[in-house]
Design a protein around this ligand. Sequence first.
Ligand SMILES: [Fe+2]
Ligand SMILES: [Fe+2]
Length: 175
Amino acid sequence: MTPSTRSANLLIVSENHLRGDEMSNGELIENLNKAMSLELSAVIQYTQHSFLISGTDREVFKDFFRDMAEEAQDHADFLGDKIVALGGVPTVEPAMIRQSVELKKMLRQGLELERAALEAYMEAWRSCGDKDLPTKFWLEGHIADEQLHIEELERLTSDRVAEITSDKIVLKEVS
Ligand SMILES: [Fe+2]
Ligand SMILES: [Fe+2]
C-alpha cells in the first residue's frame, strides 16, 4: 500500500466513523454545535467589548469582558472536544455577534447571548436522554455555569433602586 493509498483509506475510515456515530448522536451533536456557535460568538463579542469599553467604566469592565471571553473560550474548547468524541465535527461558524460602545447595551447583549447559550445547553441535555449519563452530567455543570452568568448580568443590568429613607439611617457619634 503506497503512503497516498494509506492516507486515502484512513480518510475514508475516519469519514465512515464520523458518519456512523453522527447518525446515532445526530440530535445531540446538532444541539452541542448550536451551543458551540454561541460560545464562539461570545468569545468574539466579549473580546470586542473589552476593546470598545471606554471612560471610567474601562477600569472595571475591560477585565470583566476579557474574563467572560476567556470563559467562553474554555467552554468552546470543551464543546469541540466533546463533539469530536461523539463522532461529530465542531462548527466554525459563530452565531450573531452584536456590539455597542455603551456599557449598558454591551451588558444586555451579553445577557441575551448567555440566555441563548443556556437554552442550547438545555436542548442538548434534553436530547441526551438516559443513554449517555456522563455527557448529561457534564452538561449539567455547564448549565449551572451559564445560569450564574445570567444572574450576574441580570444584576448588572437591573434598574432596581433600593428604597432607603433618611430616617432609617443611624449615624454613630464619634467622641
Ligand atoms: Fe459558556
Ligand atoms: Fe456563559
